[in-house]
Design a protein around this ligand. Structure first.
Ligand code: PMP
Length: 437
């Protein structure tokens, strides 16, 4: 028993000590640490299959992390696994173009038509970073506008007021970013069209691009207010700035396409990642042909990548999207999301715990606050200590949530009705044990 939580994690503990010696912070991405949930030992996983993780001590967990989003089909999905194995047998990297890349780009464009031309990269960070360079190259302007709390990867320009990872760790900004760069970034509260309008009035003619998560995933799930995206498009375009949608989390999450195709609104440029790689490293950016014409070798904006469009990522992504295109997939995710969130709300009510639950299809965030959450400030005001208690109780019950109050629960096609019922029982027992902060 560790701090009142029943969990045998001896092997994770000893591995963590070894990891701390050789890997900085013991983790290869800060959001994997447990610093935001009581600073304990992160659980070291050994194996994952379907909706489950098994850790190094043999504990099983129902997984709602889904690797921070990409694993929408669950772990080791047979279609994805065999696509990877088959591709690997034919060579993992060529450094030449391949037919597979064309077919995959065509698939993406069919689903997200505003991406008239596409370039593959290796991560969401790279995709967003490049759309910013491209917006600057196209407009000849330097400034970028982003919304507070939105995370767009770890490139210099976007690590300002940057959401889940940094805000969880209490780093409003990163060290190592010159103030001359931070000065080029304007930050405005999400869903606040008045503040946006003021910023455009003040800096509009210097802004190259307005970068936005069309539905926020990075301070939890926060949908855009009615007309917010339309106003962003209108005012940005009036000022001669491009609109860039970061759909790294949202594309293929809620339906077979992006938020832009779901809401029928088009940005100039789009960045993708996560789900489109089926769990392998990938990113992609694209947009209107006349803008993409600026990219090397066609135009003067340089961007390249040794690993870009590699056969493994392209094959895994193709298999993942093919599977997601089957009828009923998103209806099922939505139905599970609905069942689970309804039960969580009713249990919170039963145990007198104030929560706000924001859901979109098979993704939702439970905020420990009685107030609605529509922007970053709202998400910040949720009780982190209560979340940490809940997280640790759920872990001991065999349910793995993202270790931060700013993240989402992601349902996968591998979750069964039984897993949902198992999770509801775990939530009930966890709520029952929680103590007011
Ligand atoms: N944009 C968004 C909206 C993201 O959520 C993330 C990752 N969480 C990124 C960009 C960066 O992607 P990656 O971690 O693949 O670099």
């Amino acid at each position: 028993i560790k701090g009142g939580f029943l969990l045998h994690i001896q092997r994770s503990e000893s591995l963590y000590q070894e990891a701390l010696d050789v890997i900085v912070g013991g983790v290869n991405s800060p959001s994997r640490s447990f610093r935001a949930v009581g600073n304990g030992t992160p659980i070291f996983m050994k194996k994952a299959q379907g909706a489950y993780f098994w850790d190094e001590d043999g504990n099983r967990y129902v997984d709602y992390l889904a690797a921070f989003g990409p694993i929408i089909l669950g772990h080791a999905h047979p279609a994805v696994t065999s696509a990877i194995v088959e591709a690997a047998a034919n060579g993992v990297l060529y450094g030449t173009p391949t037919e597979k890349e064309i077919r995959f780009a065509q698939m993406l464009r069919e689903a997200i038509p505003s991406m008239e031309q596409i370039r593959f990269v290796n991560s969401g960070t790279e995709a967003v970073m490049t759309t910013i360079r491209l917006a600057r190259a196209y407009t000849g302007r330097d400034k970028i506008l982003k919304f507070a709390g939105c995370y767009h990867g770890h490139s210099d320009l976007v690590l300002v007021a940057a959401g889940s990872g940094p805000s969880t760790l209490g780093i409003p900004d990163s060290a190592g970013i010159p103030s001359s760069i931070a000065r080029e970034v304007i930050t405005v509260p999400y869903n606040d069209i008045q503040a946006f309008e003021e910023a455009i009035r003040h800096w509009g003619d210097q802004i190259a691009g307005v970068l936005v998560e069309p539905l926020v995933g990075n301070f939890g799930i926060v949908p855009p207010a009615p007309d917010f995206l339309e106003q962003v498009n209108k005012l940005a375009h009036q000022a001669g700035a491009l609109v860039i949608y970061d759909e790294v989390i949202t594309a293929f999450r809620f339906h077979y396409g992006g938020i832009q195709t779901l809401f029928n609104i088009e940005p100039d440029l789009t960045a993708l990642g996560k789900i489109i790689g089926g769990g392998l490293p990938i990113g992609a950016y694209g947009g209107k042909r006349e803008i993409m014409d600026k990219v090397a070798p066609m135009g003067p904006m340089y961007q390249a990548g040794t690993m870009a469009g590699n056969p493994l990522s392209i094959s895994a992504g193709t298999a993942c999207l093919q599977t997601l295109s089957h009828p009923g997939v998103y209806e099922r995710l939505d139905q599970m999301g609905k069942t689970l969130s309804k039960e969580i709300l009713s249990l919170a009510d039963q145990y007198g715990i104030n929560i706000t639950l924001n859901r979109m299809g098979g993704a939702f965030t439970v905020y420990f606050t009685g107030e609605p959450v529509t922007d970053y400030q709202g998400a910040q005001s949720a009780d982190g200590e209560l979340f940490a208690q809940f997280f640790r109780h759920m872990l001991a019950e065999g349910v793995y949530l993202a270790p931060s109050k700013y993240e989402a629960w992601f349902l996968t096609t591998a979750h069964s009705d039984e897993d949902i019922q198992f999770t509801i029982r775990a939530v009930k027992r966890s709520f029952k044990k929680m103590k007011p902060t």
